[in-house]
Structure formats: structure tokens, C-alpha cells
Write a protein that binds this ligand. Sequence first.
Ligand SMILES: Nc1ncnc2c1ncn2[C@@H]1O[C@H](COP(=O)(O)OP(=O)(O)OP(=O)(O)O)[C@@H](O)[C@H]1O
Ligand SMILES: [Mg+2]
Length: 391
Amino acid sequence: MEETDRLRLMKCRDQIVQDVNSKFLLKVLEADGVLDANAVNVINAEKSDSDKTAKLLAILPSRGPKAFSCFCQALAEDYDWIVADLETVEVDSLTALKTLLMKGGVPHQPSCHITRNKELKQLRDQLSCLEAGDFLVLHGMTGSGKSVLASEAVRDTEVTLRHFPDGVFWFRVGMLDKDKLFGRMKILCEKLDSSRIPSSVDHAQDILRDLFVGPKAPYSRSLLILDDVWSADVVKAFNVGGRVLVTTQDLRTVDVVPRRFVIEVEAGFAEAESLELFSRYVGVKPEYLPDEAKAIHAECKGSPMVVSMIGGLIAENGRSRSSGRWAYYLNNLRSRKYSKFRKQRSYQHGGVMEAVMLSIENLDGRLKEKYQQLGVFLDDVGIPNKVNLVR
Ligand SMILES: Nc1ncnc2c1ncn2[C@@H]1O[C@H](COP(=O)(O)OP(=O)(O)OP(=O)(O)O)[C@@H](O)[C@H]1O
Ligand SMILES: [Mg+2]
């Protein structure tokens, strides 16, 4: 069901629950194939009529593209005034977009943000013409801004509500072994359709295919975003016929899909973009920034990650127009690149490691100690609440 229709149902929910007896509706919706016997049983297990209607409204949004129109048709028999309300209730498209992205777990923009118009236009254009089974790939080096671009591209009512009205599902992948991959697929299946629990990767693929592909599939007009993919196994596992956006540093991971379209993300900002980002962090117009700001841009080749980290460090320290702090970070970037951190990797990555080290060093003693204690956790492991680090 489209997000805007779901919002319409939510807006009229109280009136529907109060006035509508769902007995007749259930028969029609079952005959139309919108509800299956299992769903009807779940609804009928509720005690009162209003609880049954409330349950129907809760289930309906996950019952495919026809669910809203079939519901309105069935309702029109006895409750035409409610149908009129449903059709005329104002739904603000920005609210619809926000809830759709929130439900899909799409991350927010960074607090200080630069719009990369060229890449964004290219990405939005390509997203708008993706077909079922297509993979769109954002490729670039670490910290180049792929994930930020992907989340910004879908933060657009025209692109998302028009082309992906059933949802945009963000899936942070990272480095996964086969067990973890299955665990993640299971989580996605549960999130989309709690009634079927997969028992293997193949089974999970079958479930996802049913959810994403075909005229009755509840998410046929949705987008799956696989963020930070490192292995072709992940791409294979999610190659189930839906539309997919991938971010990756390694193009070989998508060799396994026939219909793939690649967008290269520049490793760094242009100088004007770096200065604009510094300016937003420190609240000083670009033309009043000290010369060291340009030198930092040149040193890290405009790496968005490094520029944003150093912008954040300078903003935290205050006195952002005095060139002392800027010179300090510039010297650190320079000296590290040619000494302690003089590794091929670090050089290629435009000072990302150096900026990360600077951020860690900037922590006060107590927080730095807590940060080091986190080293006992493996990559990607959820840290339990019991580990109360902030005290
Ligand atoms: N357009 C932007 N405006 C402001 N900051 C940005 C922008 N793009 C990236 N950044 C900064 O750079 C950081 C790294 O960006 P992002 O996570 O998108 O990189 P990536 O290419 O996905 O890296 P990786 O390959 O390691 O996943 C962000 O956390 C943010 O601080
Ligand atoms: Mg990323």
C-alpha cells in the first residue's frame, strides 16, 4: 500500500473503528485476495467489533498494492461517507515521505551538509528509471560520501513517493560472513512480513521474492538499499527481482548481476564545497576562513569524511576564526601522512585514518579510556545496554 494511502487510513482511523463493522468487509477482502484465511482468523480472534476493525486496519497496509482500493470499494457498500472522507482527507506529501523513510530505517543527513548537485541529479534520474531486477551501484572510495548521497537521493517526494511508494528499505551490510548474512535476511523478512520465518538463505530469498516481485507483492514498488557491500554473496542473496541500490568500494561485488548501472562518486569535494562545509561547521563565511582551510582541503584532496571530521573538531574547540587550531590540524595531517601513518592505504584514502586518529586524540582522558575499552567488541556486534560506558 502506498504511504500516502496508509496515512489516509491513519487519519480516518478513529472514525472507521467507531462506525464500521468489519464482518462484510472481511468476506469481500478475502474474495479479492487481499486477505488470506490466516489474516482473517487473526482479525476474528479479537473480541469486540471495534477491536476487529482496528486489527484489520493494522494488517491492511502490508496486504499489497490493491489493498486500499479494494478496502474503499468494500466500504462504499454501507459507509460511503467514510469513503468520501478517505478520498478527500489532506495528506501532506512531506509527512508521507518522512514516515516512509523512517519506517525503512533510512539514516538522517549529517548535521552539516553539502548538496552535491551533479551526483545527486544523476542518481535521482537513474533511480527514477530503474526496472524490476535492476541494480544501481554507487562506487567510490571510503569516506567519499556514497552513503550520504544514497540517503539524500531518496529524501525527495518526487523520486520516492512516485517511484517507490511501497517503501525504501535501508540495509547496512558491512563485512558479513554467511551466518551473519542469513541473520540479516531474517531480520529483513520479519520486518516486511512477520508471518513467515525463513529457515535458510534460499528460503529467505523465496520469501523476499514473494514480497518484492509480482502484481500481488506488497513491496513491488519499493527500493532496497544495500549500504557498504563487501561481498558478491550479499549481492547474490538479494538478487530476487526487486529494485536495488548498492553502495560499495569494490565493483567486483556486483559482477554477479546482469543488469547493473554504475555511478562513480568523486573521491573528494571541490575546494569551494570543502570551504562551504567548513563554513557551516564553524559558522564563519567561506571568504573569512583562514588560509589553512584551503590547505587542509588540498592535503586530504577534499575527502568529505576528513573535511567533516576536522570541521567538527574545530567547531568543538571554539575560536574558529583564529588560525592556530587550523594550523594544528593541518600540521598533524601533513606530518602523519609522511611518518607514523605512512602506509599506502592511508595515503590513498586521503587522510581518513589521520582524521580518525585526530578525533580520538581530541577526546578528553576519561572518554578516550572508554573508547579504548570498546576495543573488546567485534566489528558490527550490538553493544548491550548493560555496558554503561558514559558513567
Ligand atoms: N554531502 C556531504 N555533506 C557533508 N558531509 C558529508 C557529505 N558526504 C559525506 N560527508 C561526510 O563524510 C562522512 C563519510 O561519508 P559516507 O559515510 O557517505 O562515505 P562512504 O563513501 O559511504 O564511505 P564508506 O565506503 O566507508 O562507507 C560522513 O559521515 C559525513 O560526515
Ligand atoms: Mg558508506
